[in-house]
Design a protein around this ligand. Sequence first.
Ligand code: FPP
Ligand code: MG
Length: 322
Amino acid sequence: MEDFFVLVDKDLKKLELAIDKLITTKISFIKEIVSYIIKSGGKRVRPVLVTLSSKLCGYKGEKHIPFAAIIEFIHTATLLHDDVVDNAKTRRGFSTVNTVWGNEPSVLVGDFLYSKSFELMSQEGNPEILKTISRATTSLSEGEILEIIKTADIKTTEEEYFEVIGNKTAVLFSAACEIGAILGKVTTTQRNALKNFGYKLGIAFQLRDDILDYTSYDEVLGKRVGTDLKEKKVTLPLIHALQSASEKETSIVAKILKKQIISQKDFDRVSKFIETHDGIIYTSSATKKYLQDAKKHLNIFPSSRYKEGLLSLADYMLKREK
Ligand code: FPP
Ligand code: MG
């Protein structure tokens, strides 16, 4: 196990208990679906961020547990919606909720988790955290919508891509870290440092996700490799490859993206094209750059095992295989 997980081991156990306790509903169908997805082995990266950030900021209370659970609920709600949008068949090594129960339950249980999160937050009575999370969820929706607007668009620029992933992924990482800072009642400078650390970490997380979508294997990843291309998402490996492509190559990719169904053969062809134009190497170096920048934001904090934990969590982003 990675050392940052060991550092928050006790908190993660409390988190699992809190997750069970906080999901209250009389409708057993909701419980069944929520426990199916939430117990399916998510990495709990966002709760770890809330926990480590709060401890880095000297927080000694227990409120990081319900907020970590709330962040995980929101994340889970977005996955339930995203898997419908992406027509995804597997996640975390299991069939998606939309595959087992259908699109309607997936969307509506997502709505339930999302609403429950806000109900729980209103009970906590921390307006600063409520503001931070509300802003983040608005960005999540904007990011996901921007992404569908850019579907199959081979002219998508790097700037547009970073806007999508910044909104759909990085803001929630950023909010997770900021919650820790709010709980720890640190200075604005320290709060902003953690906010920026989380944002850049989130960008790196998504860059790695977009690399693995081309390079991994279904069994390792726990979801289907090639989903991005099949759903016509133009991600950084492809954007970079297109920048140095010949006219002929560009027109082949454009033709593939216009197809109704993208085959395995098309995927292999695009993967090869990306490899020839160093799309993966380029995306990996962008990941490294974001992580280096992210880590620099922590320089203003004195050394502690929690700071070490956050730094090693950053290193894990580069290595993670699922
Ligand atoms: C996964 O991206 C999706 C997200 C990070 C964000 C999803 C956001 C929404 C569906 C909108 C907001 C919803 C709510 C409830 C506020 P991906 O498809 O690249 O990753 P994947 O490969 O794991 O599916
Ligand atoms: Mg998806």
